[in-house]
Design a protein around this ligand. Structure first.
Ligand SMILES: *Cc1c(COP(=O)(O)O)cnc(C)c1O
Length: 359
């Protein structure tokens, strides 16, 4: 395949960026090393200025806090090329704030929110050739993360930290349309009551790995976790929040202190209420409501796929099928999906402050 040169309308020829020679539409969701990454270090109570570097390796002591006691958290967002050729990110201020909150819960020093956003912008700009062209379905996934980097053997927070941002191009989440998936009610919990379910910490994922491998072995796509205290209320899956639609078209989203506050979910709720004029209920949702057939549609939401439709939920020998079926996303979730992706891709007007242009 020939390398394609993309000209941006608003830019002069001097700013022309030659895109990488990648078959964007066949990319998967995997790591590909790009040109630059951001690295900042915390020492003696302060963050240094941070640099962009070519070095994709991390060198730390064998006794680093992250290696011994999993003191680490992360974020995930994307850069897109819009219809008119601009590179943008979506609501990075919310990712910055969420990572700030994750850091506080893990006794880590937050990287200042404004500088966090600047560092994301700088890292994307330095990897502009890796941002997929509009219409390819691919995007640039941005992974900011922080970890305790000095030696810790007695249990306590580290004194030194590293904050890094890597980017990697990822393909369209659904190749050939979003097919509904089947999820199962898990016998494992992903979060403890009053634990760390509401922050984006690696530890929440480490303990979900056995559950997801087990679900896949049993033929299911994902685990649906119920509230760890009573196992009667719907929480979320391992990496996505849950959306439900009632017969009258009301959007219902589970509320709980151990759910990760998804930015996609919060944006969809805003769109439903303020753009589409829908009714929205954010409340505790009993799994019994699914058993009672209260919902027409179900989906999972997060940055990676925006919305994945759920066709069925399996619960200990019983299967609950949503009327929207196993062929395609239900009409209400589809409308929400089209509106949010339209805003992200610059086809629809964005609410104030949602789109951060990288120029
Ligand atoms: C990241 C994540 C989500 C999705 O959040 P977005 O901000 O929408 O990407 C949902 N649940 C969990 C557990 C997560 O880690």
């Amino acid at each position: 395949m020939e390398s394609s040169t993309v000209f941006f309308e608003e830019k002069g020829e001097a700013d022309m960026v030659e895109k990488k020679n990648i078959d964007w539409s066949s990319l998967g969701f995997g790591y590909i090393k790009t040109d630059k990454r951001f690295v900042a270090n915390y020492k003696d109570g302060a963050w240094d200025e941070g640099v962009l570097t070519d070095d994709d390796t991390v060198r730390i002591t064998e006794c680093a806090g992250v290696l011994q006691y999993a003191q680490t958290c992360f974020e995930g967002l994307k850069a897109y090329t819009t219809e008119d050729g601009r590179i943008v990110t979506f609501r990075p201020d919310l990712n910055a704030q969420r990572m700030h909150d994750s850091c506080l819960r893990l006794e880590m020093p937050p990287y200042p929110v404004d500088k966090w956003i600047d560092a994301v912008v700088e890292t994307v700009r330095a990897n502009e050739a890796w941002v997929a062209p509009y219409g390819s379905g691919a995007t640039l996934y941005i992974r900011p993360y922080m970890f305790g980097s000095n030696a810790v053997i007695g249990v306590k927070p580290a004194d030194e930290y590293q904050f890094r941002i890597l980017v990697t191009p990822v393909g369209p989440y659904f190749k050939g349309g979003a097919k509904p998936i089947t999820i199962r009610v898990s016998d494992f919990d992903r979060a403890a009551p009053h634990g760390t379910g509401h922050i984006k910490a690696g530890l929440n994922y480490a303990m979900s790995l056995h559950a997801i491998v087990d679900a896949h072995k049993a033929g299911f796509d994902e685990n649906l976790y119920l509230d760890p205290g009573t196992r009667t209320r719907i929480e979320e899956t391992g990496g996505a929040n849950v959306l439900l639609v009632k017969k009258d078209g009301t959007l219902v989203v589970p509320k709980s202190s151990s759910i990760l506050p998804s930015i996609t979910r919060r944006s969809l709720v805003y769109i439903a209420e303020n753009i589409l004029g829908m009714k929205v209920e954010e409340r505790e949702v009993l799994f019994q409501e699914v058993r009672d057939g209260e919902f027409e549609e179900c989906g999972l939401c997060g940055t990676a796929a925006v919305i994945s439709p759920v066709g069925k939920i399996y619960d200990h020998g019983k299967e609950y099928a949503f009327p929207s079926g196993m062929e395609k996303m239900g009409p209400v979730l589809q409308k929400l999906y089209d509106t949010l992706t339209g805003i992200q891709m610059g086809r629809l007007e964005a609410p104030e402050g949602w789109i951060k242009v990288i120029d």
